[in-house]
Design a binder for this molecule. Structure first.
Ligand SMILES: [Zn+2]
Length: 75
């Protein structure tokens, strides 16, 4: 069985390192680069996407071309 890439990554292989939060410039110890824990919470709260129902509109093809006289000609 093939092992997915993420299955082969163990979080424990990446100990927390000193990083600077790109948002508040605080020096924090964390595994991966990105916002610190405090900023993460704020960003999640402010920018969390909310699922909403979208009404589907029926596709009506637009007629851009008028049939030419040859195509309409009766035989
Ligand atoms: Zn921060």
């Amino acid at each position: 069985m093939e092992i997915a890439v993420l299955d082969g990554i163990k979080a424990d292989d990446y100990p927390p390192i000193e990083l600077v939060c790109p948002r508040c410039d605080a020096t924090v110890m964390q595994r991966f680069a990105g916002p610190c824990e405090a900023c993460f919470v704020v960003l999640r709260r402010e920018f969390a996407a909310v699922a909403q129902a979208v009404e589907k509109t029926e596709y009506v093809p637009k007629m851009n071309v008028t049939p030419n006289a040859v195509a309409l000609k009766d035989d």
